[in-house]
Ligand binder design. Structure first.
Ligand code: NAI
Length: 315
């Protein structure tokens, strides 16, 4: 069986000074990539004085293992930071084949009590971070005609109390992944996202000791990175997809749409009376894009005037 390798390739991993990013960086380097290890340092909530020490420590580890890496301490949260991260990789090694958008912070509080500056900081690091580094890397990837982007969402998107700004940011990452996967312009560019689950300094803050112990025993970050590396490789089989990944398990997470119920004569009462059909997931479809979602139900709607959209449209 051929090995998944990155010889001759360059990878940028953001937030790689610890936790999941550090493992991603190690694995990519061990498989032959030259890796730019980006990390601002600082506390898990993004506060504190940044330092390049976290990134430098990981570079030293990779070099000690015989790999090639360089440290970068720019913040992903600004457009200048994003550009500087990608420019360093380009200056050093001339290309960017892989971008793992992993940098992240955590925080919490009741929805109405989270200070606006914390909401903004959260969106800046996660959403704009993926944009800032992503846009700079995307330009290089388009020019090369090749690239792989792995974004980091979170299974908190399924619902979790007390961290609305984090979940909002992580949901936006799914939208960005879908959007970018449609902008490949005929090149071999693939963009996917993971919802990782691992014991790191972020999850070490969770209140339940029992849950933390279980995570620590079974959910090491090294059990997430192999799948991230696969998505980051030439052999990645998909684009625009989302996966939940943890403890060695990987599963597809998708946006599906059920057949629903079409009212001939819409009224609040009609929908009340057909609630079961509206809610039933049975017979769901997974549209490849927004047009396909429209085409799925347009055949059921009597089109008033003009040509109706063709539900059998080919993709
Ligand atoms: P971590 O705190 O160990 O790693 C995050 C890294 O990002 C830190 O080293 C931090 O210094 C760095 N960072 C923060 N702001 C930055 C910025 N502006 N620019 C550059 N670097 C910055 O935490 P962990 O768990 O490894 O998290 C990695 C990613 O995985 C995050 O995006 C997180 O939200 C996500 N995630 C983690 C889960 C888990 O189970 N550990 C669950 C779901 C998502």
């Amino acid at each position: 069986m051929s090995e998944v390798r990155f010889d001759g390739q360059v990878a940028v991993v953001t937030g790689a000074g610890g936790g999941l990013g550090r493992e991603h960086a190690h694995l990519l380097a061990a498989r032959g990539a030259r890796v730019l290890v980006n990390d601002t340092g600082g506390h898990p909530d993004g506060s504190g004085k940044g330092s390049s020490k976290r990134a430098e420590a990981v570079v030293a580890e990779i070099e000690a293992d015989g790999g090639v890496a360089a440290a970068n301490a720019e913040s992903v949260a600004t457009p200048e930071g994003g550009r500087a991260i990608v420019e360093q990789a380009l200056d050093l090694w001339g290309r960017v084949d892989v971008l793992v958008n992993n940098a992240g912070i955590a925080g919490g509080g009741p929805f109405h009590e989270i200070p606006p500056e914390e909401v903004e900081a959260m969106l800046r690091v996660h959403v704009l971070g993926a944009y800032n580094v992503g846009a700079a890397a995307w330009a290089a990837m388009l020019e090369q005609g090749y690239g792989r982007v792995v974004n980091t969402s979170s299974n908190s998107v399924f619902g979790m109390p007390g961290t609305s700004h984090y979940i909002t940011a992580k949901a936006a990452i799914i939208g960005l992944t879908r959007a970018l996967s449609m902008e490949r312009a005929g090149h071999d560019l693939k963009v996917n996202a993971v919802m990782p689950m691992a014991y790191t300094r972020l999850t070490a803050q969770l209140p339940s000791k029992r849950f933390k112990g279980w995570l620590q025993d079974h959910y090491g970050p090294e059990r997430v990175s192999p799948f991230v590396a696969f998505l980051a490789s030439k052999q990645a089989p998909c684009s625009g997809e989302l996966f939940t990944v943890g403890g060695g398990r990987v599963a597809r997470v998708f946006l599906g749409v059920a057949p629903g119920y079409t009212a001939a004569d819409p009224s609040p009462e009609v929908y009340r009376d057909h609630w079961e059909e509206i809610m039933s997931p049975s017979g769901y479809a997974i549209p490849a894009d927004s047009e396909e979602e429209i085409a799925l139900y347009s055949g059921e709607i009597r089109w008033r005037g003009g040509d109706s959209p063709d539900p059998s449209r080919e993709h």
